[in-house]
Ligand binder design. Structure first.
Ligand code: NOJ
Length: 777
């Protein structure tokens, strides 16, 4: 059979397979070497030209000419390149309708018929938009995160797409950085747990080969959130210990969860841009963690090695990126034009090129793309089910920050007048967050519509904008007028979704000036005020907070935001979200986060670290959130008090709902290593769980810790658990709760440290060669 006929036959098989019940091929997990698959890759590699190999490493934004400095490929040029087998993947928006044609083009018109991967940024829903990842993190619920990711994957796959650039698992500790909204906040553990859950949700158990799953990308490796002054793309300069302890654990968790791809980042760390960081992308990721998937650059970041002043030209940039471990060049076209010359000149070894291509083919073959180049759609996408899940997620994400005199919930049937005010009371688009894929403003239910629908017949609703976000359309007097007639004023204000995200960093976390004026004017009216706070991260509302009666943090919560707000306002459901980021009093406090180091002069002690113009403590601590009932914590116990290596440490606490209503508490467990060879944070989150209790109900909440929860990374990257005293804290936030102590490796039980190396624990006595007692200073 001629090559062309083979390709046509292949495509026919693909179409037939498309209609067959799923299961015609088996998925290959990345964590295992499959010799048969590797032989298949060898055979294909042997037939590929250098240009075809580089093609597998080239991604374009389809139909979007990226400009002379960005790939320089027009739509027509891209089509020619696809037919030549010189493009391996496409990213884009609004091109899904062309996916079948493009697929066929690659299969039947390129020499080897290697299928294309189609990718898009689907972070929290494709068309049915869920709460932003940060908002959803406030639910402290990995199972929910997995379900929303799986639902997003289903809708994404139904468009023919194979790959999403999510989850973002960058720890975000500086609220000025606009991209905090895309991740799970300030805590490494929360980012790790939720990141792994989202990877499972997107990919399923079998590397995106089940119907309705897509490849996930853990991004951006690494420490992108530590940008100087919170400014996007800016320099990062952090210690090795901070990198290992804070920024890398979520990536390790994503790799362990089987993530197929990792994205390198735009920024540099200590003089080395991420897209050329061999220590991270090859040393850490591939050598230490055994990652076998694809590393993709960020958009144009290979070529930007030149702008960084790290590469003298595009050719050197291509060499640096590939040699560092970047497999796919996203949208810079640098690999396309430069790698063939570099390989021919033996400046880049063929072996390195082959390895990168192998990793791309491994994913393509492993997910069954050669047998099934088009996505399989198991069943029509169930929009109603997706919206129901979006509502559940929105409800679970919102955080009741303040509720003076139990102002909330409002009683639906009360004879009263509610004034609805503020820039976001009628909003739709603003609830879609920073990335909304194919989301449409018209799909969103506004707060005003949902509140009107729910308010009982005796409730009168008045409404006035007051001001828009920027004050272009402003009538504060009208808002004051209706507030005077009302019993309660509900204000929707804050930071809209489109003002957050990539390159939307801020020097001020205060509310915009017109919004501050609006709240100040409403304060003078003297009626109770409820603030519905829209945001993509922590805002500095320290000046307004004392005068507000209730604050519900609504974030940007997707298509069902309005419904969720109304349900919580009227008490159909009780809020249960908790802060995944610390709220400062003023912008000048950031970065502020719970896992800070103690310092020699801790804040809050006489002469301790402080400001002249503000208290040092946050307005609201990490983990904070109220509900419509109250919980009591008592009887914290830890056992054994002298922990032994390898044996679990049991922690339990008695939790009682002592309020009048049912409610859900997020019970949080933090640990502190009291003395260590490197100073340790005052608290490190190690466990959490959601507990629902009826009024008067009580429950013993139990946790189990292991050695791995107690360790730290030493210089050189070794992970050790040092003997000594630890404090465990259990409570409703990082600032409250019960505490107890236990000792690891007491004199009689252990003579030294417990050492983990590359994730493998070596107990004392078993691997004496790698064991080293950590010196006490
Ligand atoms: C740039 C962003 O940093 C990254 O997160 C995203 O996935 C790519 N652009 C592709 O859109």
């Amino acid at each position: 059979m001629s090559m062309k006929r083979t390709r046509i036959a292949l495509f026919t098989v693909a179409l037939v397979t498309f209609c067959l019940p799923f299961g015609a091929h088996s998925a290959v997990p990345l964590t295992k070497v499959d010799p048969a698959l590797e032989r298949r890759i060898d055979a294909l590699l042997a037939r590929m030209t250098i240009e075809e190999k580089v093609g597998q490493l080239t991604m374009f934004a389809f139909g979007r000419p990226t400009g002379p400095a960005r790939g320089n490929a027009t739509r027509e040029e891209q089509i020619t390149l696809i037919k030549q087998g010189r493009v391996g993947s496409l990213i884009g928006e609004g091109f899904t309708i062309e996916i079948p044609t493009l697929t066929q083009m690659a299969l039947t018109e390129s020499r080897l018929g290697i299928p294309l991967l189609f990718a898009m940024d689907v972070l929290h829903g494709y068309r049915v938009i869920f709460p932003t990842p940060l908002a959803e993190a406030a639910a402290f619920d990995p199972e929910l995160a997995e379900r929303t990711a799986a639902m997003s994957a289903r809708e994404t796959a139904a468009q023919g797409l194979h790959w999403t650039f999510a989850p973002m698992i960058d720890v975000g500790r500086d609220a000025r950085w606009g991209r905090v909204v895309e991740g799970s906040g300030e805590d490494p553990y929360l980012n790790a747990i939720l990141g792994a859950a989202r990877v499972r949700g997107f990919q399923g158990a079998a590397l995106a080969s089940e119907p309705g799953r897509v490849l996930a990308t853990a991004k951006h490796m690494a420490a992108y959130g530590a940008a100087e002054a919170g400014r996007d793309y800016a320099t990062v300069d952090i210690s090795e210990s901070t990198l290992n302890d804070v920024y890398l654990p979520p990536f390790r968790a994503a790799v362990d969860a089987g993530v197929a791809t990792i994205m390198a980042a735009f920024h540099e760390i200590g003089g080395v841009p991420s897209s050329a960081n061999r220590a991270l992308l090859t040393g850490k990721l591939r050598r230490d963690w055994k990652f076998r998937g694809i590393v993709v650059s960020d958009w144009g970041s290979v070529e930007e090695l030149v702008t960084h002043g790290y590469a003298r030209d595009r050719r050197q940039a291509a060499k640096q990126a590939l040699m560092a471990g970047v497999d796919i060049d996203m949208c810079s076209g640098t690999y396309l034009t430069e790698l063939p010359k570099l390989v021919r000149a033996r400046q880049v070894p063929m072996r390195v090129l082959n390895e990168a291509v192998r990793r791309v083919l491994r994913i393509k073959m492993g997910m069954g793309l050669f047998e099934r180049p088009e996505q399989v759609v198991a069943a029509p996408f169930d929009t109603a089910a997706a919206r129901a899940l979006a509502k559940e997620a929105a409800r679970a994400s919102m955080v009741l920050l303040k509720n003076k005199n139990d102002l909330l919930p409002l009683h639906r049937e009360a004879q009263r007048t509610i004034a609805l005010v503020g820039p976001f009371i009628e909003s739709r688009l603003e609830h879609l967050g920073a990335w909304w894929a194919d989301g449409k403003a018209d799909d969103v239910i506004s707060i005003a519509d949902a509140v009107r629908k729910r308010a009982g017949s005796k409730t009168k609703i008045l409404q006035a904008l007051g001001t828009d976000f920027r004050g272009k359309n402003k009538d504060i007097a009208e808002a004051v007028r209706i507030a005077r007639q009302a019993d309660v004023v509900v204000v929707a204000a804050g930071d809209p979704g489109w003002n957050t995200g990539e390159n939307n960093s801020k020097v001020s976390l205060e509310l915009s000036l017109p919004q501050r004026e609006l709240l100040a004017a409403l304060r003078e009216v003297g009626k109770p005020v409820v603030l519905l706070l829209m945001s993509g991260g922590a805002l500095a509302i320290g000046e307004q907070e004392p005068f507000l009666d209730a604050i519900l943090l609504t974030w940007s919560s997707g298509v069902e935001a309005g419904e969720a707000v109304a349900e919580l306002l009227f008490g159909e459901h009780a809020p249960s979200g908790r802060l995944p980021v610390t709220f400062p009093r003023a912008t000048g406090q950031v970065p502020i986060y719970h896992a800070r180091k103690p310092s020699g002069r801790p804040p809050g002690t006489p002469g301790g670290s402080s400001y002249t113009d503000s208290p040092a403590d946050p307005l609201y601590p990490f983990g904070h959130g109220l509900t419509y009932t109250r919980f009591r914590y008592e009887n914290l116990t830890v056992s054994p008090l002298a922990a032994k290596p390898g044996l679990p440490i049991h922690v339990s606490v008695q939790l009682t709902n002592e309020g009048p209503r049912s409610g859900t508490e997020v019970v949080q467990l933090y640990v502190r290593d009291e003395v260590a060879s490197l100073t340790r944070p005052v608290k490190t989150l190690r466990r959490f769980t959601r507990v629902a209790l009826a009024p008067g109900e009580s429950k013993q909440v139990k946790f189990e810790l292991s050695d791995a929860d107690l360790g730290l990374f030493l210089p050189g990257g070794r992970f050790v658990v040092e003997p000594g005293w630890f404090t465990v804290f259990v409570g409703p936030s990082a600032a409250e709760g019960q505490q107890a102590r236990f000792e690891v490796g007491g004199a009689q039980s252990l003579s030294g440290s417990i050492l983990f190396s590359n994730g493998v624990m070596a107990r004392v006595g078993q691997r004496q060669s790698t064991f080293r007692r950590t010196p006490r200073l």
